[in-house]
Design a protein around this ligand. Structure first.
Ligand code: HMG
Ligand code: MG
Length: 296
């Protein structure tokens, strides 16, 4: 059964811009302000990761400090206590911790094993609890890994449960390299739903093989009502060679509108936000809907 309402988690300013050429702090601030004005209610605004690993996110604190978007929930990636403390100091009210269902990817992405990542998150969770901060969890490579290939659904379940046991309110399932297909999404979610309430699951699909929208439809049919996406289909993951950006938010909003599912976003304003950041990046949006609207 399809949900009546879907929450979009807009990750363009983080997942998108972490894997594009560097843009100015002001460009990021403008993007987030425009996303908020288009009605997006939840924005991942940056990442408190090592600037040596991901230089594009080095100004996350400055970006967050320059924002005045009270109506929006803002979150940021916090891989460890150092990152969480920096996010807290910047005024972030929601952390996102991230690990993987694939050992190989976990090592390449955050330089530790899956079990070590869970240990690293314990002090992050303690800091969050002490400051009344919600924490979202990510599991990467749920439908395939750029290094080890096949990933067992049982590993996705185990890692998702570990994040929820730590105190995450929701787990976002990342198809990091965009290799999934609707049949696989349905199989994975059918298994996870036997153990985890659907309200605690979100989907985060990259669009490398052009399957992301179909995968989202399959997830909606499984009752999932939180979808991550990036305006203009920006970005990718720096530790997953060849992976393209997330599914474009414009395309998701158009799909939802067509299904009569509410998401609170004004498509035209959203598209304009995408055009502006794409102009700053000197590229065209990777969104069919955005390009169709622009050529009208
Ligand atoms: P490490 O080298 O193992 O960390 O990196 P360390 O604790 O040994 O510290 C080494 C240096 O990094 C030290 O500095 C620390 O102070 C510094 P030095 O003494 O050499 O000058 N450091 C930090 N600096 C700033 N912020 C921090 C921080 N922590 C340590 N938080 C670490 C471990 C996790 C930091 C590193 O591996 C890292 O930053 N990785 C970034 C990974 C990343 O951002 N990946 C992309 C996001 S995940 C993603 O895109 C997937 C997702 O979208 C879902 C999906 O699609 O699947 C979420
Ligand atoms: Mg991602």
């Amino acid at each position: 059964m399809l949900p009546n309402k879907v929450k979009i988690v807009e990750v363009g300013a983080r997942d998108g811009l972490q894997n594009e050429q560097k843009v100015s702090t002001q460009d990021k601030v403008n993007l987030i302000n425009q996303l908020a004005q288009s009605g997006v209610s939840y924005i991942e605004a940056g990442a408190f990761v090592s600037p040596k690993w991901v230089p594009q996110m080095a100004d996350s604190a400055e970006v967050i400090n320059a924002l005045s978007v009270d109506s929006v929930e803002l979150s940021a990636l916090t891989p460890n206590l150092k990152g969480a403390q920096a996010a807290l100091d910047a005024g972030i009210k929601e952390f996102a911790i991230f690990t993987a269902a694939s050992e190989a990817f976990c090592q390449k992405n955050i330089n530790c094993s899956i079990d070590e990542s869970i240990e690293r998150f314990k002090p992050v969770m303690a800091l969050a609890k002490a400051h009344n901060i919600k924490v979202r969890g990510y599991v990467s490579c749920v439908l395939g890994c750029p290094y080890q290939g096949h990933v067992e659904y049982a590993d996705v379940l185990r890692v998702s449960q570990a994040l929820l046991a730590l105190g995450c309110y929701e787990v976002s399932l990342g198809d990091t390299i965009g290799v999934g297909t609707p049949g696989k999404v349905t199989e994975l979610l059918s298994l996870l739903k036997q153990h985890i309430p659907t309200q605690q699951l979100a989907v985060h699909f990259h669009d490398t093989y052009g399957q992301a929208l179909a995968n989202i439809y399959a997830a909606l049919m499984q009752g999932i009502s939180t979808v991550d996406s990036a305006v203009a289909g920006l970005g990718g993951c720096p530790y997953a060679q060849g992976a393209s950006g997330n599914v474009a938010t414009e395309d998701v909003v158009y799909l939802l509108q067509g299904l009569g599912i509410e998401c609170g976003i004004d498509l035209e304003r959203l598209a304009r936000a995408g055009w502006l950041i794409c102009d700053a990046l000197n590229k065209a949006p990777l969104s069919r809907v955005s390009n169709a609207l622009r050529s009208k």
